[in-house]
Design a protein around this ligand. Structure first.
Ligand code: GDP
Ligand code: MG
Length: 354
């Protein structure tokens, strides 16, 4: 499956609700007026884009419309897509050049850290890199076993201690093993305990100290994993973690199961933290390096956009994009989006009547 198709598939729910609502709104307009911008801002906020970013996007759209002398509402969608792609640009590439480099994966329980590490290990291995994993989530035995399973699946080495061991000691041993075995990339899992900030801070500080000492000049990425299905909660988590830990990027998981894909914009534009990867499923190949254009296209294009040079195969495209989705599902989702918009308009009318 091509890059754009993966994003397209992963963003299906967000596209159907947010982009569907924008389409419905635009269809009902004859001109680009203040009301259009207001309605758009509301739809974006409902789509978890966040208040500030929704407002900023509309302001940029006003500029764009003036600069390009746009007149018709149906010209607006392409403009939004371009603005979003540009907003999302910058910092999305992983900076792992030194040998070895280290990736520390942090985040609260259940967001998808271990799964992401498994997928990432497989991805780098497929690129010909030698990867080693460190099971530094020592809080539960099951967490260590789970990472071990992923190491087997991806075909990479793992360093583990017993349940309850010192996470910093695991990171230390993984770094030593990584150096001794000429690994390119060391990836360490960690336990997520945001409910105990002091503990988390102390634990992470200890881990960073080990890395500073053992790999002082090596590239380091500290990735915060967030669950997209939690919407604004994910944004709040990012804000909290940013205050207590060094974060170089975000991995946004479970985009496939949610209509809240708009959080990517809030994270990148409001918090100024780049999104580096998105998770679009539970399988080993369901991790995508973040691509702003593919993401914007997945959000706003109703049809599949093909990568340059990619052969067009309509049957494959239709099948993969619509995998397991029936016409009824699509119709139901579109109807739900339209209903939501109608209700909103009714509420607005009632408000004005009052
Ligand atoms: P951790 O506690 O942060 O290590 O989270 P896990 O890696 O154990 O993942 C928690 C659950 O989320 C598991 O059932 C995963 O299969 C699931 N999961 C992780 N990433 C994704 C994703 O991108 N899409 C979907 N649908 N599920 C995911
Ligand atoms: Mg885990």
């Amino acid at each position: 499956m091509g890059l754009f198709e993966k994003f397209n598939k992963g963003l299906r729910k967000t596209r159907n609700s947010m982009s569907g609502a924008i389409d419905t709104m635009l269809h009902g307009k004859n001109e680009i007026d203040d009301e259009l911008y207001d309605d758009l801002e509301e739809i974006l906020i409902m789509g978890d884009v966040g208040m500030n970013t929704a407002h900023e996007l509309c302001e940029q759209l006003r500029d764009y419309v003036a600069r390009h002398s746009l007149r018709r509402p149906d010209q607006v969608k392409t403009a939004i897509k371009e603005i979003v792609a540009e907003m999302l640009q910058g910092g999305e590439d992983m900076g792992l050049i030194t040998l070895p480099s280290i990736v520390l994966v942090i985040g609260v329980n259940g967001v998808g850290k271990t799964t992401t590490i498994g997928k990432m290990a497989a991805m780098y291995k497929a690129q010909g890199k030698k990867v080693i994993l460190g099971a530094a989530d020592t809080f539960r035995a099951a967490a260590i076993e789970q990472l071990e399973e992923w190491a087997n699946r991806a075909g990479v080495d793992i360093v583990k201690h017993k349940e309850g061991a010192d996470p910093a000691a695991v990171v230390y041993d993984t770094i030593q093993a990584g150096k001794a075995r000429d690994c390119d990339i060391i990836i360490c899992d960690t336990a997520g305990r945001l409910h105990n900030k002091k503990y988390l801070m102390d634990e992470l500080a200890k881990i960073y100290k080990i890395i500073d000492r053992e790999l002082p000049y090596n590239d380091r990425e500290s990735l915060l994993v967030l669950d997209a299905t939690t919407g604004q909660n994910a944004v709040n988590q990012a804000r909290d973690f940013k205050n207590v830990a060094e974060i170089t990027g975000i991995v946004l998981t479970k985009l496939d199961g949610t209509a809240k894909g708009g959080v990517v914009l809030a994270i990148k534009n409001d918090l100024k933290v780049p999104v580096k990867f998105v998770g679009v499923g539970e399988q080993i190949d369901d991790l995508q390096p973040f691509n702003p254009e593919a993401f914007a296209s997945g959000l706003f294009d109703n049809e599949v956009v093909h990568e340059e040079g990619e052969e067009k195969d309509d049957f494959f495209t239709t099948k993969s994009v619509l995998d397991g989705i029936t016409e009824e599902d699509l119709a139901a989702e579109t109807a739900a989006a339209e209903q939501a918009l109608k209700e909103k308009e009714q509420n607005k009318e009632e408000e004005t009547a009052e």
